[in-house]
Write a new protein. Sequence first.
Length: 741
Amino acid sequence: MNPSAVSFLRRDVRAYISTQFLYPLLVVFSLVSLVSPTLAQDQPAITNITSTGTQKTIKWTPFPGIKKYRILSSTNVGGPFLTNSGVVSGYGWRGLSSMPFSFYTLEVTPMTSDELLTSIVLNRLAYGPTPDELTRILTGPNPIGPDAFIAEQLAPELINETVGGSHTNIILLQGKFAAATDVIPANPNNYATIGDFRAWHVLRAVGAKRQLLEILLQFFENHFVTQYEKSVDYFDPFYDGGLNEQRLATQFEYLENSKWRAALLNPNCTFYDLLKISAESPAQIIYLDTVTSKGNGSNIANENYARELLELFTFGVDNGYTQTDITALSRAWTGWTLQIVSPENALNPFALRTTNLLASSIAVGKTNVNTVSNLAGVWAFNYNATAHDTTRTKSLFTTAYVPARFGAPYATKTYGTNTVPGKYTLGIPTTRTGTNGIRDGYDVISFLADLPFTQEYISVKLCRLFIHDGFPNPSTDPENSGYDFYNYAGGNLSPEAQLVRDCMTAWETSSPKGQIRPVLATIFNSELFRSHSGSLQKVKTPLEYTVSAIRALRSSLNGSFQPGSYSSDTDGHDLVGTTGPIARMGAMSLFDRAEPNGYAEDGAPWISAGTLNERIRFVQAFMMITGQPGYTTGVKDDAGRDTICSPVALITNNLALTNRSNAGAVADYFLSIIYLGEGAGNLDLYRTAAINFLNSGSADNPPSLTAFNNLQVSVSASSPYDIRVRGMVAMLLSMQRFHEQ
């Protein structure tokens, strides 16, 4: 949208205020709305009109993305409406009662479409904006625009990723991760801990150019959830409390994540590819208990993985399956387990257990090959044919049909070997013996990956991630409201339901079927994503909040993008420890979720008095620097001693010399990089608070009455200028709207 073309976009909301001067205590108001009902939902609304003493006031509800509000008046309802002597402050206007009887209209200047979309993409396809990205996309001399950024992020393999050079810890930690063929050695210092992996994950979230890739990796890690501690517990009997179990558990999380990364860098990556990685993942095999599941003889298969595969990973709760299906499905996974094998057999699921001994074991005379801790090998996915169920039925979705609500093509096509349209029964032979039994599991995930229930459920989850909470879970139960909400055959769909249907169409028509990128492109091209429906509609998780706070102030001050050049940074470890801010803000322990439903994507579970207090505690510590009054290592540890920033450095790099002591200019700069999607019209109260803080010397050491424009610009920790700027930025990062994205 061209701002010069829209100038002031008039929202035709008019109020007539009349004052009876003979009876100053009896004020009569009438509100005349000239807005059609269809437009009234898409505009600010005047909510209150008062006249007290010598003052008239008009108040209205805020509207997203507004640069400026203005009240115009006319003594004639037909206009012309002109500016008046009243004052707009926040979401209200004040004028004198002595003004003539008038009609009033509220005008708004909206953000341009590029400004709005830039805000959305940097808060959805990325972990929040950085000043450098804002310059590159929107405000610089040759901005690429938000659509070009979307196109970049949808093809991450074409982005020259330089994150490894942005912090020394990234390469250092990368060298500690164990590959799939690495034998666990006696020296634990060569291998990463779970804290190392978490720190590496966070550092990439902070600094990666492939931001959408990092967002998707966190999403799918949370979707196909696993638990580090459960892997540790599994290995404890084999290694008896040593460090090997911790290194193995970390390795499993890293390998799973790295396989997803490689898959998502493939332009043709499908949901099946990601589901297969999860099914074969040693971390998943342990987490949902297939590692010990047996179906031979009188053994009864463990149902945990079968249940979550349907309920959480593919179909969604109460959507296309029954308990009978879970029981039958569990038998397909019997024999999927782990084994310690020779390194050359790390990718061979049929390999026998290794008999190679560790040199350290031989040196002390421990040569018993039946003792796992004596062995030199790698733990990997392994298929134990003797444990597989080859006698009980594995028929799934017997006589089940795609519900009528799906309509064509889903309710009218054939599935698998079925010849009846809409029937999606899957029969798995019980005659497969030996290594052929492994095919049961692959047949299942291949079949599930592209059924309409899976297409729908994953599309719903991606829409929640990138647009807003509140997309309901689908259901095949006609008594469930989700059935009617996603009744595609019935027509008259809500914008949300229509978008889910469009995502399913992109999934169904891609070749190979189920490609992730066409589904994402459908979401990113939708009106829901590009409008205010996709702007500032979600609450940040603890990970998103901490990373976005660092990114909001993160600029390479000399343009080198090298370690030490950034105005804000972290070593990664500071954020992710067991007592770190991400954990304190709601027990978000990365790669260690106990419950199989993953951490919440919606806002409610993350917001309480206690968790908000921890967010503010983090921000205050983040803004502190050694030498600042009130600084102690204990207080700074609330953010981490290596989680640092220099907001004054941003000022000196981006504001003209004459503006550096101008409280309004300084406030405006930080409002523009912290609250990208708001529009200045909605930030008036924040701006006033920021200016008042800068001019207040109450935080000085000692307190002073010196106005901000009389302070010497300084990055010294003890200088009043630096103290006030840090305090003001901490206040802005603590306010409600920064918790939203």
